[in-house]
Design a protein around this ligand. Sequence first.
Ligand code: SAH
Length: 252
Amino acid sequence: MVHFVGAGPGAKDLITIRGKELIEKADVIIYAGSLVNPALLDYAGEACDIYDSSRLNLDEVIEIIKSAEKLGKETVRLHTGDPSIYGAIREQMDILDRENIVYDVTPGVSSFCGAAASLQMEYTLPGITQSVIITRMDGRTGVPEKESVEALSAHGATMVFFLSAGDTKRLSDRLIAGGVSGDTPCAIVYKATWPDEKKLVCTIKELPEKAKEYGITKTALIIVGKAVAQSGYELSRLYAPEFTTEFRKGNA
Ligand code: SAH
């Protein structure tokens, strides 16, 4: 059987208990070496065969899985963050379906949650925005026109850009072209929750220069929107003293 496991954003103790137990029991681990913290492999047993998928293509990954299956072995396919976000798991699961290989998926803490924790920020501040847009700028992989940086900018929601730290000048220009004010706060979080994490808050205008100053070109998230300032919001209704909820009577 194959277990797709979310490794979490980086810190060794931010994998789920289920994910850790699957690693401990695995006969074979295929991990995304470009982004998964190798410290997580410390949980693996001594006899476990470990492969770094950053050096493999899809066919090679599938071959390793098929060989393990023939020997009745358990394989863990370890993906960074949560596998559902830019994880390229659908294509693997479709092949496993065709090969009649059974699999399951264990979620992980996505890096966008790790980054919010590092920044100690709340993405959805009442009175500012109630939405988070998880997206990326187009690169070698295209993005549908309706989801272009310019189009999504119109919403005023908090935006989290994955896979976009390589060209912060283009991102900044396109946000401004989409109507986001150059003074809008943004944050860059490099290797969120790893020991060598770097983070900074600046404005959209300053983004390219700050990314350069900090030497950040990859393994980073860029978070954009008024919520990054973490001020000027309204208090939640949920905890308002006068507000009655299903569980609590208000004092109004
Ligand atoms: N499935 C992953 C995302 C994989 S795409 C998740 O849920 O987080 C790879 C991109 O994710 C990187 O280019 C970077 O933009 C982001 N990323 C992954 N781990 C990160 C981390 N610890 N800190 C900041 N960004 C990270």
